[in-house]
Ligand binder design. Structure first.
Ligand SMILES: [Zn+2]
Length: 289
């Protein structure tokens, strides 16, 4: 079983039962991309789910789909409380107009820490946006350097109770920045979604490195890495691809784990680390209901 810690959903999602009952996936973290609006409709396979749809499936398949709301830095910091009160468990940040560690963003992080909402930050290069800079009416950030892995460093140290997750291993800054950030912070995790080639090599080379843990002890990078695919749930075609991706990573770890000390930690990477992050939060949210 795996936990897919970085996923999205299409509007009018279909075929979800198959995923939930597959016995292959334990949980999926659904990251809201609805702010892309009509741009996505023109350029992607299907339009992104609305926030309401994400909250709905999270309710229908409680504990399976975990909803992450869009941390919109164009709105005042109270957006964090608003998303929390609507039922979002975590936050997803992407396309920041300023670097993530700009001091003006700290009020958002302060609120997220207080509400125990983990933040999944897109880190690394931004995929080409479906519009040119001058056409963008939305005021979203286009600079990939605003989301370099090292921008998580100051946030992690300023908010030690906040859980931060960097996406895509921070590619292309994976070998120095991402490594340094994991080595120096107990509360930053990274997912390896969407970057199959570089992740395959990086994992073999770095999973045995050591890192501080939140209980004051030390562990390995295998305690900080989350399995994730970065696909959209909600269509049969996409679900077939998700099962293929899971198969790829299962085989990858099966073949390589026998040669390395982190080999015993594969289950942590595939779901244990994500489960640890989420179990405390979801249990708390359940108790409040
Ligand atoms: Zn994504």
């Amino acid at each position: 079983m795996i936990i897919d810690a970085h996923a999205h959903m299409y509007r009018n999602p279909k075929d979800l039962d198959r995923m939930v009952k597959s016995g292959i996936i334990e949980q999926v973290w659904l990251l809201d991309l609805s702010f892309y609006g009509d741009f996505v409709k023109r350029h992607w396979e299907k339009q992104s789910a609305t926030q309401e749809e994400i909250l709905e499936v999270a309710k229908e398949y409680r504990g399976f789909f975990i909803p992450f709301g869009y941390l919109d830095f164009r709105k005042p910091p109270e957006i964090v409380e608003e998303l929390h009160s609507r039922g979002f468990i975590g936050l997803k940040a992407i396309l920041p107009p300023k670097p993530y560690d700009d001091f003006s963003y700290f009020p958002y992080y302060e609120r997220a820490e207080k509400l125990k909402m983990p933040i999944l930050f897109h880190t690394g290069t931004i995929a080409p946006l479906p519009y040119k800079y001058k056409e963008d009416p939305k005021g979203l950030g286009k600079s990939s350097t605003n989301s370099r892995p090292t921008t998580l460093y100051a946030i992690a140290h300023s908010f030690p109770e906040l859980t931060l997750i960097g996406a895509h291993l921070g590619f292309p800054w994976i070998s120095e920045e991402t490594v340094k950030v994991i080595q120096a912070t107990p509360n930053v995790y990274f997912d390896f979604s969407a970057v199959y080639r570089v992740a395959s090599k990086w994992l073999i080379e770095h999973l045995h490195y050591s890192t501080p843990l939140s209980d004051g002890t030390f562990g390995g990078f295998s305690d900080k890495i989350l399995m994730a695919i970065d696909s959209s749930y909600g269509s049969k075609k996409s679900h077939d691809r998700i099962f293929e991706a899971i198969k790829y990573w299962e085989l990858f770890f099966k073949f390589h784990s026998q040669w390395y000390t982190w080999g015993k930690d594969v289950d942590k990477i595939m779901r244990g680390n994500a489960r640890k992050i989420m179990s405390k939060i979801v249990n708390q949210a359940e108790r409040k209901r």
